[in-house]
Design a protein around this ligand. Structure first.
Ligand code: TXE
Length: 480
C-alpha cells in the first residue's frame, strides 16, 4: 500500500498525529493507499517552515526563481508517463487525457510563470507640476495558502503554486484528499529542481481538518482556492473578517449556445468534448446546451449518435470516458439523473451505470443527454459535475440570453455562430468571466481566468495571478 506523506521543509514526513485516510482507486473501486490525515499541528509546522524560508526566497533574484521553475517544468515533462499513470489511477480519468492534457499543462504552468515573472513590471506615475514621482512596489505577500480540487489535480495545483512562488511567496498548499498522488510525487521533483526547503510545503488531509487550519491560520495572508461554491462561501466567511486576500474559482453551469449559422461539423465535434471530457468533471464543461430551433431536430439526432459512439471503460485502455472520481460523486450524479425524470425531463441517451469487465466495482456512468422541459428546473440550474448535459431549443437571442444568464453561476459560455455582430453583442451580454466563440477550452495562459456571480471572485492567469500574489505599495517621492 502506498503512503502519501506530507512534504514539509523539503522532507517527506508522516502526519504528527499519525492518522491516515484511505486513498481509493475509482476505476477499480478499491483502496490502494493511505493519505496523511493532517491536522492543525501539521499546518503549523508547514507554516513555520514557510515563514523561515520567506526572507531568503523573497530576496532571491528573479532569474534564479525563474531558473528553478523552468527546471520543475522540465522534470514534470521528463516524468510525464509516471505522473500521468498516477493521475489516471487516482482520479479515474483516461490515461490518454492525463498524458495529453493534465500533466503537460502542469509542466506548462511552471514554465509559463517561470517566464512571466521575468516580464512582470509595475507602474510609475509622475505628478507633473507637483514635483512628485510615484512608483508601485509589488512585494510578495508572505506565506500564502493554496487549496485545490480533485478534477484536474496536478493541473490546478500547479496553476496556483507556480505563480505564488514565482512572485516570491512561500506556500502551504493542500491538494484534494480525493486525488493527492501527483502533488505528493511533485515533492521529489521540487527537491531535484533545487527549490529551497520550506518554499513550497505540501500538506495532505481533509477539508474540515487540514484545509480549515490553512484558512483559519492568522498569518497565512492570502488564499487561492478552487473547488465547490459552498466551500468557497465557507472560506470567504472565515477569511473575510481576517482581511485575507482571496481568489475563489468555484463551480459553473455553463451554457453552450448553438446558432443555426455555425460551422456544424466543428460545433458537433467540439460539443461532444465540451460535454463529456474528463467525464464532465471540468468546471468549464458546457453542461447546458441550447440549440436554435431550425437546427434542433438535426442536432439532437446527430449528437445522440456521436455520444453513443463514446467508449466508457478502464482508464488505462483506449477509452473516451473513464470512471467518475468517487462512489459518493457517482451517487450524486445519479441522484440528478433520477431528479431529471421527476422534473419531466427525457433521457435521450445514457443514464445508467456501466459495468466494466474485470473492474465491476469501479464507478462508471454512461454519457447522458437529457432533454429538459424548461430552463428553471433543478437539473438545469445546479452543478452536476458529471457526464450529464441538458438540451433545450430556443428561438430568439433574447430568449437564449435569458436562459444563459438565468442561473446563479457565471464561469464560462460557449457561442457557436458565424455572425460577427451577434458574437460581439452576445459576448457583452453574457454574465460570465469567459466567452468562447466557435471553440472550447482554448487557453492562452496570459488571459484572465475566473468567474462572476457564484462562480467566484478574482482572476487567475498571466499577470493577474502575479498581481494577486503580490501587494501593491505606492511610494511617493517629492523632489526639488
Ligand atoms: O469540493 P470541495 P468537493 C464542485 C462540484 C462538486 C462539488 C463538491 O460540483 O460536486 O464542488 O466537490 C478543500 N476549508 N466542484 O466536495 O469540498 C478540499 O479538501 C478549507 C467544482 O470535492 O470544495 C479540497 O482540497 N478547504 C470544482 C478543496 O477544498 C476545504 C472542482 C475542494 O473541495 C474545506 C471540484 C474547508 N472547510 C468540485 N472543505 C471546480 N470549480 O473546478 C473542503 N476543502
Amino acid at each position: 500500500m502506498s503512503k502519501i506523506l506530507n512534504y514539509i521543509n523539503g522532507e517527506f514526513t508522516p502526519p504528527l498525529k499519525n492518522e491516515w485516510i484511505d486513498n481509493v482507486n475509482p476505476s477499480e473501486g478499491r483502496v490502494y493507499g493511505q493519505i496523511a490525515n493532517s491536522t492543525v499541528e501539521d499546518i503549523e509546522k508547514a507554516y513555520q517552515a514557510a515563514k523561515a524560508a520567506f526572507s531568503s526566497w523573497s530576496a532571491t533574484t528573479i532569474e534564479e526563481r525563474s531558473r528553478i521553475l523552468l527546471k520543475i517544468a522540465d522534470l514534470i515533462e521528463a516524468h510525464l508517463d509516471r505522473l500521468a499513470e498516477a493521475e489516471s489511477m487516482d482520479n479515474g480519468k483516461p490515461l490518454s487525457l492525463a498524458k495529453s492534457v493534465d500533466i503537460p499543462r502542469a509542466s506548462a504552468n511552471f514554465r509559463f510563470f517561470g517566464n512571466a515573472i521575468t516580464q512582470f513590471s509595475s507602474d510609475a506615475h509622475e505628478s507633473v507640476g507637483l514635483n512628485t514621482l510615484n512608483f508601485t512596489l509589488r512585494q510578495p505577500i508572505g506565506v500564502v495558502g493554496c487549496i485545490s480540487p480533485w478534477n484536474l489535480p496536478l493541473y490546478l495545483f500547479s496553476w496556483k503554486v507556480a505563480p505564488a512562488i514565482a512572485a516570491g511567496n512561500t506556500v502551504v498548499a493542500k491538494p484534494s484528499e480525493v486525488t493527492p498522488m501527483t502533488a505528493f510525487l511533485l515533492g521529489e521533483i521540487l527537491t531535484e529542481a533545487g527549490l529551497p526547503k520550506g518554499v513550497l510545503n505540501i500538506v495532505h488531509g481533509t477539508g474540515p481538518s487540514a484545509g480549515q487550519a490553512i484558512i483559519e491560520h492568522p498569518n497565512i495572508k492570502a488564499i487561492s482556492f478552487t473547488g465547490g461554491t459552498q466551500t468557497g462561501e465557507h472560506i470567504a466567511r472565515t477569511a473575510a473578517p481576517m482581511f485575507k486576500k482571496l481568489s475563489l474559482e468555484l463551480g459553473g453551469k455553463n451554457p453552450n449556445i448553438i446558432f443555426a449559422d455555425c460551422n456544424y461539423a466543428q460545433m458537433l465535434k467540439t460539443t461532444v468534448r465540451s460535454s463529456f471530457a474528463n467525464q464532465g468533471q471540468i468546471c468549464l464543461c458546457g453542461s447546458r446546451i441550447f440549440v436554435e430551433k431550425p437546427l434542433y431536430a438535426k442536432f439532437k439526432t446527430d449528437f445522440i449518435a456521436e455520444v453513443q459512439k463514446l467508449k466508457v471503460g478502464h482508464p488505462m485502455e483506449e477509452v473516451n470516458l473513464g470512471a467518475v472520481v468517487s462512489e459518493a460523486h457517482r451517487d450524486k450524479i445519479e441522484s440528478y439523473i433520477q431528479l431529471a425524470q421527476e422534473e419531466g425531463g427525457t433521457i435521450l441517451t445514457g443514464g445508467k451505470r456501466v459495468t466494466v469487465k474485470g473492474y465491476e466495482n469501479g464507478y462508471y456512468l454512461e454519457p447522458t443527454v437529457i432533454e429538459v422541459p424548461d430552463a428553471q428546473c433543478r437539473v438545469n440550474q445546479e452543478e452536476i459535475f458529471g457526464p450529464v448535459v441538458t438540451l433545450m431549443p430556443f428561438e430568439t437571442e433574447e430568449e437564449v440570453m435569458a436562459y444563459a444568464n438565468g442561473v446563479k453561476y457565471g464561469l464560462s459560455a460557449t457561442l457557436w455562430t458565424s455572425n460577427l455582430d451577434r458574437t460581439l453583442r452576445l459576448s457583452k451580454q453574457l454574465e460570465t468571466g469567459i466567452v468562447w466563440v466557435n471553440t472550447w477550452l482554448n487557453r492562452d495562459l496570459r488571459t484572465p481566468f475566473g468567474g462572476v456571480k457564484a462562480s467566484g471572485v478574482g482572476r487567475e492567469g498571466g499577470f493577474e495571478a502575479l498581481r494577486f500574489f503580490t501587494e501593491a505599495k505606492n511610494v511617493c517621492i517629492k523632489y526639488e
